[in-house]
Design a protein around this ligand. Structure first.
Ligand code: GLA
Length: 728
């Protein structure tokens, strides 16, 4: 709900449990007055204190009022160069070479429904499901105008934001930064939570108190990255899973990003999130505008779990697009860890056959099916079937897989090229790097210039016959290197600062085209696992391969971190063989199944090499997953323990009506003569009585307050799943 107090120029955004408030003050400075638990509509600028502070200058309008300074006030969208020395949200070089942006409020508009962003991913809503507020600010001296967009999704406690910058002056302006979100909280005693890692170990949670000065995470790799996710949180220092005030902010962007927080001298915390200013410079000719990616915020007065569930619901309902996102997704078997580059059609069919016997729905042919591709040094860019491996062509292979009653999916990596490819030999100038300097290769490949429409068109047209293959129902879209030595011949020297962002826009355009032309295809995103696991890609690819690390124990940490923002139905997760290919660890098949089925679920191993007992267990895992699909994929998600500190990792999905729940638990390594443990569950109906795995009956209130006694196990990495069904 958007409440306007036009007299006092106060804008109050109410969600179910939170309130966000903005005020244009007497000088037109747009102040952020409050974001927290829901309160009334009173003007909360009374919270702001004014004092004469040394070395915090006073703007022209304040004349002799030495208590008024942009440097001390909570700003709604901080500008660089005009007396606020904290993190800027916008920086620009103007026609006279100055870098002064001084924004003042000029007007507002309220619109029904949700604003849309052309060419950019964004949450969507029908009218009645969201409301939009637009606030306009202007730098009078240059004509630079900024429109701040807010959409309020009341029932999810979600507020989305985007910013449009217009050059209404008469000379070009170089935009050096345009953040999507600025959030000034009038307190410094907060913790910062970020999700960090590396290839094959993504999104490990890190939590630390804010220290004075600037801290944060970001990426300048051209993708959102394995190293830091574009989702971060702030919280009260005693906040936890089930209590305390916290704020989460996600950026729907798949390229360079920055999320920085500054704890300032007077204990204000400013979060600024958006495209990374490093390498960024966008020329705005008079009359032109620039639209930032979207950011989305959830504030929860009751802890991390509630915040996550709100993000999950909002993402499932308003970001993942129908029809595919809403259908039951298939359990798949992927050829990668089973065959790598070494296969022929018979081998693939035999892999598929074993899956079909066990109830698997979809066979995915991973890397190696095209060009000359016997390893990762050649062939990328040549999207014709490798006739030596697949002599009968794709149609014949798909036919054979379909005859097994399975769907067929295929792997692509459209943005990349190997120098050893026909594409590169024909178009050496299509890469995103100057020809006259040494180039970094990543996985022996170069990056195609996806800022160029002609390059994208060529790749799209060469992949189109593949997308159009009858029987194809799934595409895995990979991206296997970071960008370096970035330069595009398609842009003049003065506009090279636009390349990274134009590359991402090119990726989005390609993805949208694929979605529009082939709406029946389920597209899974991938970037060497989870190097582009972000809200931007999720708009096009409703599931993303979570990590190249398929080790169940490592996955617990990765999926735990991922779950803070992203729902289970987006997390690609597969059971693979043991010893694990990445860690050498041996975990029980049961545990591997338990972990992978809290994701999109599939197998990535040669099922033909499993024992009859293992086959029986796999068949049961697939059956169980399908039986409880809605609960697992769409249920409310509760984290029951922290895999970094607890002796076990446990989590739970609860159906919205609380009549069903699935509790999953995996122990760390075993210790002799271990203690007795009980597990306290969450989110159940306290008045209901639940059957546990069809056996004992336990009251919901007892399971939540006192817990459930956990069995003692022998051996490392054991797991249990408890299916709870309320007695009617
Ligand atoms: C990346 C992906 C893997 C696999 C390989 C194929 O590493 O993350 O799942 O598809 O590429 O080369």
């Amino acid at each position: 709900m958007i409440i306007l107090d036009q007299k006092n120029r106060v804008f109050t955004l109410h969600t179910k449990s939170t309130t966000y408030q903005i005020k244009a003050d007497q000088y037109g400075v747009l102040l952020h007055t409050y974001y927290g638990p829901r309160v009334g509509t009173a003007d909360l600028s009374r919270l702001i204190q004014y004092a004469d502070r040394g070395f915090s200058p006073n703007p022209g309008e304040a004349i002799d009022d030495r208590t008024y300074s942009l440097d001390t006030l909570p700003q709604e969208y901080s500008a660089g160069g005009a007396g606020d020395f904290r993190l800027p949200s916008i920086q620009a070089e103007l026609a006279d070479g100055s870098r002064i942006v001084d924004l003042r409020y000029t007007g507002f508009e309220v619109r029904p429904g949700k604003y849309a962003l052309e060419g950019l991913p964004a949450f969507f809503a029908r009218e009645g499901e969201a409301e939009t507020l637009v606030l306009t600010l202007e730098d009078a001296a240059s004509g630079l105008t900024v429109e701040l967009y807010y959409a309020v999704f009341e029932q999810y406690d979600l507020i989305t934001r985007s910013v449009q910058v217009f050059n209404r002056g008469s000379a070009p302006v170089s935009l050096l930064q345009a953040a999507s979100l600025c959030l000034d909280l009038q307190r410094g005693d907060l913790d910062l939570l970020t999700f960090n890692g590396r290839h094959a170990m993504e999104r490990n949670l890190s939590r630390a108190p804010l220290r004075p000065g600037v801290q944060g995470v970001g990426s300048v790799r051209g993708a959102s990255s394995h190293q830091h996710n574009p989702f971060i949180m702030l919280c009260e220092q005693d906040a936890g899973e089930d209590h305390g005030l916290c704020w989460g902010a996600m950026l729907l962007y798949s390229g360079n990003f920055d999320a920085s927080v500054e704890r300032s001298q007077f204990e204000n915390s400013r979060l600024v999130m958006g495209i990374h200013p490093r390498h960024f410079c966008w020329t705005l000719e008079p009359g032109q505008s620039f639209t930032t990616p979207e950011a989305a915020m959830v504030c929860s007065p009751s802890g991390f779990g509630d915040m996550s569930r709100q993000f999950h619901r909002a993402i499932r309902t308003h970001l993942l697009r129908a029809p595919r996102a809403k259908l039951h997704k298939p359990v798949l078997i992927n050829s990668w860890e089973a065959a790598y580059f070494k296969f022929d059609a018979d081998k693939l069919v035999s892999l598929a056959q074993e899956g079909a016997k066990l109830g698997v729905d979809l066979f995915v042919l991973d890397d190696g099916w095209f060009g000359i591709r016997n390893d990762d040094c050649s062939g990328l860019g040549d999207w014709e079937v490798n006739g030596e491996k697949l002599s009968g062509g794709l149609a014949s292979l798909i036919g054979r897989v379909q005859a097994l009653g399975m769907g067929f999916g295929i792997w692509i990596e459209p943005e990349m090229v190997n120098e050893n490819s026909n594409l590169y030999r024909a178009h050496p100038d299509w890469v995103l790097t100057p020809a006259d300097r040494p180039r970094s290769r990543g996985r022996s490949q170069l990056v195609l210039d996806f800022t160029r429409r002609d390059v994208r068109d060529y790749i799209y047209e060469s992949l189109k016959p593949v997308f159009a293959q009858p029987g194809l129902s799934y595409v895995k879209w990979d991206m296997n290197r970071s960008l370096a030595e970035v330069w595009s011949p398609a842009l003049p020297a003065g506009r090279q600062g636009e390349v990274y962002h134009r590359f991402v826009l090119g990726v989005y355009e390609f993805a949208e085209r694929l979605r529009q032309d082939f709406p029946h295809l389920l597209i899974e995103g991938c970037c060497g696992g989870g190097g582009r696991f972000d809200g931007g890609m999720l708009y096009y690819t409703p599931q993303i391969w979570c990590s190249d690390n398929t080790d169940a124990m490592d996955r617990l940490r990765i999926q735990y971190g991922t779950s803070f923002c992203y729902p289970v139905c987006t997390m690609g997760a597969h059971v693979s063989k043991v010893p694990n290919e990445q860690t050498g660890r041996v975990t029980p098949l049961e545990t591997r199944g338990t972990v992978a089925m809290s994701g999109t679920f599939g197998y990535e191993m040669d099922l033909g090499r499993t024992t009859p007992e293992e086959k029986k267990m796999i068949k049961e895992q697939v059956r169980f997953f399908k039986e409880h699909y809605d609960l697992i994929q769409q249920g409310d998600y509760y984290r029951l323990s922290d895999p970094f500190t607890a002796p076990y990792t446990a989590w739970e999905q609860v159906s919205p009506d609380k009549t069903e729940a699935l509790v999953s638990l995996v122990y760390n390594s075993h210790q002799a003569n271990g203690p007795f443990r009980t597990l306290r569950m969450k989110g159940l109906d306290p008045n209901a009585v639940y059957w546990i795995n069809g056996g004992e009956l336990w009251p919901g209130d007892v399971l939540m307050a006192a817990g459930y006694p956990l069995p003692l196990f022998m051996g490392d990495y054991q797991s249990i799943q408890l299916y709870l069904k309320a007695k009617s």
